[in-house]
Design a protein around this ligand. Structure first.
Ligand SMILES: [Mg+2]
Length: 257
């Protein structure tokens, strides 16, 4: 099996080093990742300048671009062989609920959505995520990803990916299939005046998780709930954001004008 690994924390991030190490027994592992951190880049592609991949170690490539650039290049000409699986991560910090929209970790996985197997985005989540982790801190999560892939990635319809969040706890309780939760409004923006008298802004922190139960789903809870209870959260997500439930009524409303 040829496995492509990308991320949004950069090619030197401890999470990608731990992941590459853990997946090596499964086949040929090729790392293609941004040369520096590109978190929050979602599916952005670089269209205004050339991309220059550099092989900094055998099968480890640094790219002067975005997470999605890395997967795009890898699947469109950088290599003369094909990949069987794309794994993105392991991200430093959760990608739960609304984060999915902004996440470069998820963006890189979506770029691999046309693979034979669903692409996988993996994040290390939880209250204990520290600012500067070492590869060892990702070892439990990386081993979990290895075992998950080794037992066979579940089949999904085309253009779907798996968004996986692994709690940063000493003992994982297990894993749960979850739905994508929601967040409250983000924290207020911070405004300051720079040394040259100009006003600058910091985007606010993300909001808290919305606590909700979708009773129609029975036992299935949100990604937030799983991670809070020390379970690995596995959410199937898709490119198609159409709301099919409102489609007929809305179409009727406009066709009558
Ligand atoms: Mg990141």
């Amino acid at each position: 099996m040829n496995i492509l690994i990308a991320n949004d924390d950069g090619v030197f991030a401890p999470g990608i080093i731990a992941l590459a190490q853990a997946l090596k027994p499964l086949g040929r592992v090729v790392v293609v990742a941004p040369e520096a951190e590109r978190s929050g880049f979602s599916s952005a592609l670089t269209l205004d300048r050339p991309l220059r991949p550099v092989e900094i170690a055998p099968d480890v490539w640094a790219v002067n671009g975005t997470p999605a650039d890395c997967v795009y290049l890898s699947m469109n000409g950088l290599f003369d062989f094909e990949f069987d699986l794309v794994v993105s991560g392991i991200n430093s910090g959760a990608n739960l609920g609304d984060d999915v929209l902004y996440s470069g970790t998820v963006g890189a996985a979506f770029e691999g959505r046309l693979m034979k197997q669903p692409a996988i985005a993996v994040s290390l989540a939880g209250p204990n995520v520290r600012s500067y982790l070492k590869p060892d801190d990702y070892q439990q999560a990386a081993q979990w990803v290895h075992d998950f892939i080794a037992q066979g990635v579940p089949e999904l319809p085309p253009r779907h990916i798996l968004n996986i969040n692994i709690p940063d706890v000493s003992e994982l309780k297990g894993q749960k299939i979850t739905y994508q939760g929601r967040k409250h409004l983000s924290k207020p923006i911070t405004s300051q005046v720079d040394p040259r008298g100009r006003q600058v802004f910091w985007i606010g922190l993300a909001g808290e998780a919305v606590t909700e139960m979708k009773t129609e789903l029975g036992e299935i809870g949100s990604d937030f709930a799983a991670v809070q209870n020390a379970y690995v959260s596995i959410t199937p997500i898709q490119m198609d954001a159409t709301n099919y439930a409102v489609l007929p009524a809305l179409s009727q409303q406009f066709s009558s004008h």
